[in-house]
Write a protein that binds this ligand. Sequence first.
Ligand code: GLU
Length: 574
Amino acid sequence: MRHVRRFVALACAFFLPAGAFADTATIKPGFVQPFAAHEMVAAANPLAAEAGLEMLKAGGSAVDAAIAVQMVLNLVEPESSGIGGGAFMLAFDPKTKTTTSFDGRELAPASATPGMFLGPDGKARSKLQVIPGGLSVGVPGVIAMLQMAHDKYGKLPWARLFQPAIKLARDGFPVGPKLARTIARWTQMGDMPDIHRTFYHADGTPLKEGDILKEPELAASLSAVAEGGAKAFYSGKIAQQIVDAVQHAPRNQGGMTLKDLADYRAKERPPVCGPYRQWRLCSMGPPSSGGIAIVQILGMLQHFPESDLQPGTLSEAHLFTQASRLAYADRAKYLADTDFVQVPVKGLLDQDYIAGRAALIDPKKDMGKAIAGDPPEKHAALSPQVSPVLHGTSHMTIVDRDGMVIAMTTSVEFVFGAEIMAGGFLLNNTLTDFSLQPEIDGKLVANAPAPGKRPLSAMSPTIAFDKDGKFLLSVGSPGGPAIIEYVAQSLVAMLDGKMTPQQAIDLPRQLNLNGPTRLEKAPANDALVPGLKAMGHDVMVQNGEGSGLHGIERVKGGYIGGADPRRDGVVIGD
Ligand code: GLU
C-alpha cells in the first residue's frame, strides 16, 4: 500500500503541468504541493510558509526556516502564536541521527503563588475570568528557545531570518480568512484596548479578510531582536514594555518584573521516545504531557492487530478511545514540570507497564472512566490536567535538504493569549495551564503554580522513524488537551492505515479525554455512532474540532505533506 502512495506522489511530481507547483506570489490557504524532492515546509499560513521556504532556498537549515516561519506567524496568525508566547521544538539531526528537544515553555514569575487564581471565597476563579490581563502571563520563551536552537543548528545569520516578517509588518499584509474569522467571533475582546487598537478599524468594526494590516510597532520590536538577539528581548526597552503591560493591564494586573525576564532560560531536553510496532516515535517530554501520552496510547495499541486499527472502522474508534482513556488518566495524575515535581517518566514509558495497561482494554466494551495506573517508578500524584481551552496554538513541520527535521508547536495559549500587547505583540496567558485549584483534599497538586515553574502542556510535536532509524514522518497540532488525540489519531492513520499525511489530517476527529467519546460531525463518524453506543460509549457528536495538524512524510525520492483544512495551512517545497 505504502508503495502505491509513493507512486502517486512521484507521478504527481513528474506529470503535473507546469504551474502546479507553488508560485510563492499566489499561494492560497489550503494549498498542498503534491511532492517536493529536497525540502518542505508545512505550516499554518501561506505567508509564513513562504518565509520558511525562502530561508531553505537560501541555504538555511530547518531551524532557520522555523525562525522565519514563527516571526511571520506572529503577524498573520497572532491569535495563535508569537514572540510573546512559548514553544516546543523537536529537532532530528541526520548527521548524528539523534533527536533533541528545545523547551521554550513560559514560566511563572517570582511573584507567582499556588493560590494566585483563587477568588476571595477561596475557590478557583473561572478560566475565562483570569485569562485577560497580566496575571495569566508567563515569562515568554519563544525567542530564547529559537536562539538556543539557532546557536546549535542555524546556518544563516539570525538577523536575516527576521527580514520577511519585518517587511510584512512595515508594508502591511492582507488579513487571512482565519484571522478575520477569529476577530469577528471574539468581538468581546474589542473591549481590551490593545486588541481594539490593533485588530479593529477606527470606527470600531473588526478587520475583515483582505484588509491590509500594518504593524509598525511590531516591526520595530522584530528589528530590535534581529539586531540584538535574545538579549534585546529579555532586557532593555522590550522587557520594560512587557513588564508595564503586565503590571498595568486593564484587568487582572500581574507581578512580572525585569528580573523575571532577565532570568528566563530555554532548555534543551532529551525527547520522550518509544516503539510502535516496527517504528519508533519521539515526542516532547515534560513539561509537556504530550510525548508520554502519545507513546503510551500507541504503545497500548500495538498490542492489537493492525487490521483492527484501520481508520473509519468501529474497532479502531473503540480501541483508540480506550487507550486514550488510560493515557489521560495517567496524565491527570502524574504529569507536571519535572524541574519541580518528580514525574515517573521512566515508569510511565515502561513497556511492561504499558502492556499491562493495554490488557485492561476490553475489545467489545467501553471501560468507563479509567483510573491512573501504578507505574513501577513513581513519586508524584494528583495533577489535575490543563482545563479545556480554546485554541491559540500553531504547529509547523519543516525538512531541509540535509534531511534535518523540525517539528515545532508554538502557542500564546488562548485565542489572542492574555489579550494585552507589548511592543506590538500579544502576550500569552499560559499560566492558566497550571491547575487553577492548587490543592485537593489539603494536598498541593503537582501542576500548581510556583515561581519559576512551567505549566503543564499537551503540545506534542512528534517524529516517527523507520526500522533503520531514518526519518519517516512528523506531525503536530494545536488543540489544548485534545492535541494528544489529534496527533495520535493521525499517527495511527498514517502508520497502520498507510494513509498519506493529507488523508490522515482530513479524517474526522475521534477522541476521548477520559470522558465522553467525542466524534467530529461527519458521515464517516455518524456511521460509527450506533456501534459505539452498543459498546457502552457515551457518544458526543460535535460540529468541528480545533485541530491544526501539519505534517510531512518521507517517500521515495522526496517528501509529501499535509495541512489541516480546518485552518489556513499550506505545504510548499522545492
Ligand atoms: N496551552 C495549551 C498547551 O500547552 C495549548 C493550547 C492550544 O492548543 O490552544 O497544551
